[in-house]
Design a protein around this ligand. Structure first.
Ligand code: AMP
Length: 282
């Protein structure tokens, strides 16, 4: 695996491969890699000639300085995992390399970027849009791989790709979970073991929603999920919501038939913020 930290080096390396007619699959990450990330790497490898992974903890997508400070960083372990997967190129630039100057661009991300995560993390999606477009411009992939775990991010990345005319296929990848159902996340490392074992309740509450939706209103479903999570975990449920998966508009009252629904939740457990979602057709 080639490990590159400079933009001009990674560009020329990738351009050499492109000139040889090779297709590029790109997996952007913030490191502290787990099996969820690795599933994206494997898909990128299977579907392209070359797999490029980036590790960059993007400071401008953190609205909370404390969250950025304690975000897990395991570069040596990440290297071993990527070597084992036979990833071709790791791009791990410094902050100064990506932001030599503050990035003052403002993206029109529409209504999708005003709800759910955006309400609780002001500026988060502008930060995501800035870093994703910078990396798309540097790497110029044919395909880029994103997890459904961050479904709002995925929707916004798809919108940016269309709006800005990037010729990049955005590939959605399913959420990998721990045995108890907890969605894998770099932040899970910050959870105490005795709390982590109970965090499967977040997913099981979302499963309940996907099973009971015919019998209850959205408000009832949300209240039940919140109650169940709070009865098991010492936590603050920031939201449980049901949205139309196609445009992220909120569903209220009775769930309409034959609609692609995403039920999503954000829960703060012991200062660790966890998000998860489940998608189903009503
Ligand atoms: P992150 O390092 O958290 O920025 O995540 C990098 C990519 O991995 C994003 O596209 C995430 O949606 C994806 N990802 C994170 N957790 C999982 C998971 N449990 N299963 C599948 N993909 C994931």
């Amino acid at each position: 695996m080639e490990i590159v930290t400079k933009i001009n080096e990674v560009k020329s390396l990738i351009n050499n491969h492109k000139s040889a007619g090779k297709s590029i699959g790109f997996v952007p990450t913030m490191g502290a890699l787990h099996a969820g990330h690795i599933s994206l790497v494997r898909k990128a490898k299977a579907e392209n000639d070359l797999c490029v992974v980036s590790i960059f903890v993007n400071p401008i997508q953190f609205n909370d300085k404390e969250d950025l400070k304690k975000y897990p960083r395991n570069f040596q372990k990440d290297l071993q995992l990527l070597e084992k997967e036979k990833c071709h190129i790791l791009f791990s630039p410094s902050e100064a390399e990506i932001y030599p100057e503050p990035d003052k661009r403002e993206f029109d991300l529409g209504k999708m970027a005003e709800i759910l995560e955006a309400k609780h993390r002001p500026g988060h999606f502008q930060g995501v849009a800035k870093v994703v477009t910078k990396f798309f411009d540097i790497v110029g992939p044919n395909r880029a791989y994103f997890g459904q775990k961050d479904f709002q991010q995925l929707a916004i990345v798809k919108k940016i790709t269309v709006d800005l005319g990037y010729d990049i296929e955005i590939v959605e990848c399913p959420t990998l979970r721990e045995n108890n159902g907890l969605a894998m996340s770099s932040r899970n490392e910050l959870l105490k073991e005795n709390i982590k074992k109970d965090c499967g309740v977040i997913y099981s509450s979302l499963i309940d929603i996907s099973k009971h939706y015919q019998f209850e209103t959205v408000e009832g479903l949300k209240a039940e999920a919140k109650e169940k999570i709070e009865s098991v975990l010492p936590c603050k449920v920031e939201y449980v919501e049901l949205v139309d998966s196609s445009n992220l508009s909120f569903i209220k009252g009775q769930i309409p038939k034959e609609t692609d629904i995403t039920a999503c939740a954000a829960v703060k457990v012991d200062k660790v913020r966890l998000i998860d979602n489940i998608q189903f057709i009503s």
